[in-house]
Design a protein around this ligand. Sequence first.
Ligand SMILES: *[C@@H]1O[C@H](CO)[C@@H](O)[C@H](O)[C@H]1NC(C)=O
Ligand SMILES: *[C@@H]1O[C@H](CO)[C@@H](O)[C@H](O)[C@H]1NC(C)=O
Ligand SMILES: *[C@@H]1O[C@H](CO)[C@@H](O)[C@H](O)[C@H]1NC(C)=O
Ligand SMILES: *[C@@H]1O[C@H](CO)[C@@H](O)[C@H](O)[C@H]1NC(C)=O
Length: 390
Amino acid sequence: MQQAKPSFSFWFTLSLLQFQHQVTGIKVVDGDVNVTMGEDAVLQCKLTDTSDEVTQITWQRKNSAHEDNFLIYESESGAKPLNEFGKRVQFIGDGDKNANIILQNTILSDEGGYVCIFTVFPSGPYSTDIQLTVRVTPVIKVFTEDPPEVGSGESTVATCIAACGKPAATITWKTSLAEQRIENNSFLHENGTTTTQSQLLAIPVKSMHQQEVFCIVEHPTLKHPEIISHKLNIYYSPSVDVRAAEKPPGSLLLQCEADANPPATYSWSKENQSLATSNKMNIERSGQYLLEMTPDINGLYFCESRNPYGTASGTIYLHISSSREQYGVLIAGIILILIALAVVLFFVWRQRGEQTGSVQFRRNRQDTGGTESDSMTQGRDQGREDVDSV
Ligand SMILES: *[C@@H]1O[C@H](CO)[C@@H](O)[C@H](O)[C@H]1NC(C)=O
Ligand SMILES: *[C@@H]1O[C@H](CO)[C@@H](O)[C@H](O)[C@H]1NC(C)=O
Ligand SMILES: *[C@@H]1O[C@H](CO)[C@@H](O)[C@H](O)[C@H]1NC(C)=O
Ligand SMILES: *[C@@H]1O[C@H](CO)[C@@H](O)[C@H](O)[C@H]1NC(C)=O
């Protein structure tokens, strides 16, 4: 009670006394504590098997550089922090036989030994040591850093990292790969955390692309193992498929489709002539080429797809017979209309021509060798020819 800030010599003698008192039946009950960084830690300290009066409770940290005492409790004045660290601590005991505290929002450096001391009258001080362990949840990620290429030998197809965990995390894999190998690495940081890395190795084949693998991370701060799914990324050269489809009205869509990773770019050509187009960029990306259905559409078309791992090409021969028939029908239609018109015109003209003709004949008779009459006759003949030719 008198010693709000006990001197070094006081504590020195205190620790000697402590040994003597441990022999007696009086006990300080505690428990080591594990806390996840960022959470609050409850440090428990209880005095049992005594009815002696508690005059003061002191909390101190072991092995810290200066000022070991961070909190003091006296029945008259209550709990009082003795330094900055003490201000983060909340006294939740009853001040009698219970001296529990809460250390709020724990950080890595809170880890260490804590001492709880009961000053008891008349039997003397009793103390106990509590070990606080601060754990850190690792930061987990799975990735494929450099997607391996089909045909290359055994390669890292996925990497799983549990970074800065405390204690070190364990990493395992769940896959349906036929053959695989695992390589583990870990690195201990100065602050006591450990980065664990596990690499999944296999011989890359095309069928592995987009296949799902699972990285399983176990850590004391995790209630359940963390299972992270990852889709493998494998690079391979294109293989190509070429199709054509009608696209009404009056167009035809050529589709070049490559299975490739990374995605292929495309170019279309016809009989070794690159095709003139306004949207080259779009064709490069989509492989789609839109053609007008004109009679000169027919021919051999050639699609080339490429990615950094190779090229593949496909051809398609267009012979638009159905389109020709359509043109044929159209032309036939136009000819029929022309015939009908010509026939009508012919009869109208002949009717009128007979009248004028008779006049002309008469005129011809009067006016022999008249050029007018000749030209009219020619015109009539021409009319006949037209009809005949149809
Ligand atoms: C704290 O963790 C250690 C191992 O890391 C374990 O042996 C001990 O039982 C844990 N204590 C509590 C109170 O959970
Ligand atoms: C890698 O580590 C895990 C635990 O973290 C272990 O189960 C596995 O056997 C290790 N694999 C190798 C090849 O060392
Ligand atoms: C521990 O150290 C590593 C490496 O310097 C750092 O990345 C990590 O954030 C640190 N962790 C804590 C909890 O301070
Ligand atoms: C296109 O060029 C290749 C060689 O460059 C040649 O073998 C082929 O006969 C040509 N095709 C046509 C339709 O001109």
